[in-house]
Design a binder for this molecule. Structure first.
Ligand code: NAD
Ligand code: UD2
Length: 315
């Protein structure tokens, strides 16, 4: 099969690309390397890597007219909520306008497509007290990131309904695993935590900044489980035109994550506390009944996932 993975040098995209290549599929990756790294791709010789922005209309047209894809996974985005608060206009260009353009190009030029899978986010639910979040829960996007994710997700589903562009969307909760870039202040919290543990182990005296009191709750899901979910959604017939939460249904607060990592590493990470971030969501947990109806069952607890990740990174 032929796949296009946008954002394929990033965290989720590179893990997906590496798995697809391992299964013997052909993969084209487009990434501007703003957050991703070519080194995340295990077998560059087997991937057609294109460095460029999804906002470049000419480039996207050339890719989507040159190849006929079976599957498109759209993962490229300004992936940080806090970054979108700093850069709402740039975020909108990447996280919405580019998606609309890609869908329109697919509508006009892709004849073999089996599925376009859009990476949306649990952020669309906002801070509404109704928990766990069901796909039918109320939507309360609190940042440009969340507004654009919801709008792009609806656009993908509308292209499915109006123009027969086969599309599904997934709302990721908090994903963690190898290849998550810890270098931006807006990186995923687990990647930042692991970076701080390893640097302390190497003798650097570096403190982790906790925004809030650590009681914020997330539904953390390990990348292996996410890849399983992505394959199920892309290959199932009943997922066509549908949106799926991708989480575990387990609530973990940040203090517990740090406690488990202290146990895995065998020392207490030095922490400094700052005010909670503007736009931060206090509690987020998924209802995954819909995903389970496709045959999904998360296999890793947070402790198991963190242990595998620490193993992978080496101490
Ligand atoms: P990531 O930042 O590692 O990956 C995104 C990739 O897109 C990066 O490699 C980046 O360089 C690339 N990119 C950014 N702007 C681009 C542009 N204009 N043109 C081309 N490439 C561009 O983030 P991730 O965690 O792998 O997230 C993947 C997708 O999943 C994103 O759409 C993100 O919003 C969504 N998501 C992630 C999580 C999570 O917990 N990681 C949660 C919810 C949703
Ligand atoms: C994540 C995703 C986002 C999204 C959402 C879905 C990333 C980078 N962001 O946002 O794309 O769709 O999940 O729910 O993966 N924190 C600290 N110290 C730090 C960094 C973070 O205390 O150095 C806190 C942060 O304020 C927040 C929590 O940790 O309360 C999680 O932050 P995050 O950026 O990992 O994830 P989130 O949920 O904001």
């Amino acid at each position: 099969m032929k796949y296009l993975v946008t954002g394929g040098a990033g965290f989720i995209g590179s893990n997906l690309t590496n798995m697809l290549v391992k299964k013997g599929h052909e993969v084209v990756v487009i990434d501007d390397l703003s957050m991703g790294k070519v080194e995340n791709l295990n077998d560059l010789g087997k991937v057609e890597f294109i460095k460029g922005s999804i906002t470049n209309k000419e480039l996207m047209k050339s890719i989507l007219t040159k190849y006929q894809f079976d599957y498109v996974f759209h993962l490229a985005a300004v992936a940080s909520v806090a970054d979108s608060v700093e850069r709402p206009v740039e975020t909108h260009e990447v996280n919405y306008n580019a998606v609309l353009n890609i869908l329109d190009l697919i509508r006009k030029h892709q004849r073999n497509l089996k599925r376009f899978v859009f990476a949306s986010s649990a952020a669309v639910y906002g801070d509404d007290p109704e928990l766990p979040k069901k796909e039918t829960s109320s939507i309360k996007p609190m940042t440009q990131y969340a507004v654009d994710k919801f709008a792009a997700e609806r656009t993908a589903i509308n292209f499915n309904n109006l123009y027969n562009v086969p599309a599904s969307a997934v709302r990721f909760f908090n994903v963690y695993g190898p290849n998550q870039n810890p270098e931006s202040p807006y990186s995923g919290v687990i990647s930042i935590l692991l970076d701080r543990y390893t640097r302390n182990l190497k003798g650097e005296n570096i403190v982790f900044t906790l925004f809030g009191d650590g009681s914020q709750v997330r539904d953390f899901i390990f990348i292996e489980d996410v890849l399983h979910a992505l394959l199920l959604v892309s290959e199932s017939e009943i997922s066509l035109g549908q949106v799926f939460n991708v989480g575990t249904e387990n609530e973990t607060d940040l203090n517990q994550v740090i406690m488990e990592l202290n146990e895995i590493y065998g020392f207490d990470l030095p922490i400094t506390y700052e005010a909670a971030r503007v736009g931060d969501i206090h509690r987020s947990v998924a209802d995954i009944s819909s995903l389970k109806s496709l045959g999904f069952m998360p296999e890793n607890t947070v402790f198991q996932g963190l242990s595998k990740l620490v193993e992978f990174l080496g101490r």
